[in-house]
Each structure stands twice: as C-alpha cells, then as structure tokens.
Design a protein around this ligand. Structure first.
Ligand code: MLT
Length: 395
C-alpha cells in the first residue's frame, strides 16, 4: 500500500507528543530533577461532586432493562442539546443546530472532510495546532493556484486582530477566542468587524470556543452573539477545559441552519450526513455528565474550578511580570503567553526546563508567529503552581 502523501506535509510528531519525548529524554538524563508540568493544558481538579454522581448514575442506569440505551440519537441526547442551546447560548441557536461530539479536536478533523481538497484555509497564528495539522492531512497545501494553507498573524504585542481581508473569497478561517495559546479574547467590536468581512467575502469562519468558560466580563463567549454570524460561522466547543472532561470526552459543534455553501445548499444537512457516516456519537455516560454540568449545581462546581485555574494563571503571570518578562493572557484564559529573549522557542523551552524544571510549551508549536515565545499553563494543582512561582522568582 502507498503512504498517504499528505503525511509528508506534517512534522514527524504532533506538538504535545514531541514535547513529551523531549521531557522524557531530559528526565532520563536528569533523574534527580523534579519537574513541574505546565506544558500541555490538561485539567487537574477532580470533577464536581454532582457531575461525578451523574456519571455513575448513568452507568448504573445501564444495568436496568428499562433505562438501558444502545446507540444514542445521531446529533446527541436532546436534553443535552437543549441545555447547550439554552444555558450556553441563551437560545440564540436552537438544539437542532447543535451536534454533540466527543471533543473539539475530533470535530476539527471531521470538518476537513466537509471542506474538501480544494479548500483554501487561513489559520489565526498562533493557535491550536490541530487546525493546521488536520488541514495538512486533508489536502495538498500547495495547489496550482498557490498555497492552500496560510497564517493570519495575531501576536498580542503587535496586533490581535487577524487581517481577514488578506484571505480570498470562499476561504475557511480558523479562529480561537480566547486564543490558545496567547490568552487574548476578541472584543465585541473586533468580532463584529471579522463577521462583516467574512460575510462580504463569503468566507466561512470556524470559531473555536474551547476556552469560553474562562472569559470574564462582557466579552463575547460565542460568535453568534454577533449579528450575521449565523450566515458565516460554525462554532466548536468542548467540555474538556470547562468541566474537566478532557478524559471523559464531550464537546459540540454548532452548524446554523442559515449557513449555506456558495451554491445555496445548507451546510447543516451535509454535516449531519458526515457525522452520521463517520461517528456514532459521544458516550451516553459523558452526555449524561454534560447535562448535569449545565445544571445550576453543575455550573457552580464548574465555576469554582475555572476560578482556581484563573487564579493559578494570574499568579504565574504576576511572577513572570516581576521578572520583567513580556506576557499576555491569564485574564480570560488559563494560559500565559511569554515573549522570551530566545529566538528559537525550543531554546526557550530548554531554558525553562534547565533553569527551573518547569515544562512549558514552545510557541512555534502553535504556528510561525509563536517563534520566540512559550506558553505556560495554569492547569495545575495549586501547591505545584506555588512551587513553580518560587522557581520563577529565583531565575
Ligand atoms: C493544549 O494544551 O493546547 C491542548 O489542550 C492539548 C490538546 O488538546 O491537544
């Protein structure tokens, strides 16, 4: 069998796999060093009590002849879709427009099939590496007409607004707010201007709100808060960071019924066709946990965890600022983005590892604009964050 040539367009390892290999190697050579993992953004706080109980109740229900369920409904359990629409979107979208998934990353990859091989993709830079990697796997990134994958630089110290005018008509645009890794969230007026351009140029925005729960104050938590967005945007969300479901697996994608291809055919019907062909739905157990997470008690449990991670990120940011690092994020996001003096972000990663034993993520992993930066994560047990702060202070 011939190898899919699109694999040649990828680096040998996914960012966090590469990071783990380097950390394992360092640990092997330096067994006496104690390392603090603030690289990959993975949740550390245990599930809220009522959420955990709902998961175990869901498992127990499966023993009962009356309550047992095999496959769930194609788009996900209706009570969960209703809760997503009402609690997270205040009914600006309808449950019919919600597709429950097993997480944002899986839907990012599935969407690529929807866009096809000729799609021209523009990616906010820096941002979550799965957008670029799944785009590279889906098509040849260089076509007769030129590059099919381009970056829209949005560094906090320069300009946080991606220049959508640079992308052609019909382009697919990946945006992430609050941004992973920079932690910057779009202002309402900024998002409005992006939606205007996308509508005018017939572009499709894929808007990732995996970190929406971290937004404080009146910034938009969904692109659909902006007039016209239902005609130009798909939104992807996740329970991973919001409710600690990174191992339980649950997310959603919103495909508005008003959203059409340039030929007028609705994207919703193709997305339904796609997910029913390639996916048998998120686990019923995780969906039951998701329903509880969006109940009043569940939301309180979630909120406590979000505040703890934000406090972690805020304290890390403060310690870095005291050491004169140029930083952003940590206010609407669990991540702090650090501009370093190193030109290579892998060198900066090595510097933090050698000097402090803190594992950070090199900015280049998030796109070319990430070079010269690293990301530090506020997902960590508070005592480890305190220890990381002491190590930063001693730099
Ligand atoms: C991150 O650390 O940016 C992600 O949460 C990890 C991932 O989903 O790949």
């Amino acid at each position: 069998m011939k190898r899919n040539p699109f694999f040649l367009q990828l680096s040998p390892n996914y960012l966090f796999r590469e990071l783990k290999n380097r950390v394992d190697n360092f640990a092997l050579l330096n067994p006496e060093r104690s390392l603090i993992s603030l690289g990959v953004g993975d949740t550390t706080e245990p599930l809220g009590t009522t959420i955990a109980e709902s998961l175990s109740q869901a498992a127990c229900d499966m023993r009962d002849q009356e309550l047992y369920m095999g496959y769930g409904p194609d788009q996900g359990l209706l009570p969960l879709r209703e809760k997503i629409a009402s609690v997270l979107y205040q009914d600006i979208i309808s449950p019919d427009e919600v597709f429950v998934s097993d997480g944002a990353k899986c839907d990012i990859a599935r969407l690529q099939v929807l866009f096809g091989q000729d799609a021209v993709v523009y990616i906010q830079d820096p941002s979550y590496p799965a957008y670029a990697d799944s785009s590279r796997l889906a098509r040849s990134i260089v076509g007769k007409e030129g590059h099919r994958l381009s970056y829209l630089s949005t560094l906090p110290e320069k300009d946080t607004l991606p220049h959508l005018e640079a992308a052609p008509e019909d382009a697919i645009i990946f945006l992430c707010s609050p941004n992973n890794p920079t932690g910057v969230a779009f202002q309402r007026s900024e998002l409005s201007s992006l939606v205007d351009i996308a509508q005018r140029k017939n572009q499709l925005i894929v808007y990732d709100v995996a970190y929406r729960a971290f937004i404080q104050g009146d910034l938009p938590r969904s692109i659909y808060e902006i007039e016209g967005a239902k005609k130009c945007a798909i939104e992807i969300g996740s329970f991973s960071k919001m409710a600690g479901f990174s191992g339980i697996r649950l997310g959603w994608t919103v495909v508005p019924k008003d959203l059409t291809y340039s030929n007028g055919i609705t994207i919703h019907s193709d997305f339904l066709r796609l997910v029913t062909t390639t996916f048998n739905g998120a686990s019923i157990l995780s969906q039951r946990g998701g329903i509880q997470a969006l109940s009043p008690e569940g939301l309180e449990e979630i909120e406590r965890q979000i505040l703890l991670y934000l406090e972690n990120a805020g304290s890390l940011k403060e310690a870095l600022l005291k050491k004169n690092f140029i930083v952003s994020g940590g206010e609407h996001s669990p991540y702090v983005w650090i501009k370093t003096e190193h030109t290579s972000s892998w060198d900066a990663f090595d510097y933090f590892l050698q000097e402090t034993g803190i594992i950070v993520t090199p900015g280049i992993g998030f796109g070319p604009s990430g070079e010269g930066h690293v990301r530090i994560s506020g997902f960590g047990r508070p005592y480890l964050i305190e220890s990381a702060i002491r190590r930063i202070e001693s730099l």
